[in-house]
Write a protein that binds this ligand. Structure first.
Ligand code: FES
Length: 87
């Protein structure tokens, strides 16, 4: 079954992604390989892809600390990463 592409925003930029794809997929398509910043300010990104490592936390629709690997893209979703806000 084919899926339709939808638009989401990654740090204010529109990105076309298949509806239901993970937020991590949208970040990769946007070349945004920083989900959050460590306490020391280092860029972090998804590691396990299974909901354990917590490295993929981003803000989704204004809600902080959402796991990008466990979240599905929906039309109009607004994603803010550590590259955009220091999440
Ligand atoms: S990539 Fe590890 S919790 Fe999401």
């Amino acid at each position: 079954m084919a899926t339709e592409d939808i638009l989401v925003q990654v740090d204010g930029r529109p990105v076309a992604v298949a509806e239901g794809a993970s937020v991590i997929a949208a970040l990769v398509l946007a070349d945004s390989l920083c989900t959050r910043r460590s306490v020391g300010g280092e860029a972090r990104f998804a590691f396990c892809g299974m909901g354990y490592c917590q490295e993929c936390r981003v803000s989704i629709d204004g809600r902080p600390h959402r796991l990008a690997c466990q979240s599905a893209c929906r039309p109009g979703m607004v994603i803010v990463t550590g590259a955009g806000s220091g999440t």
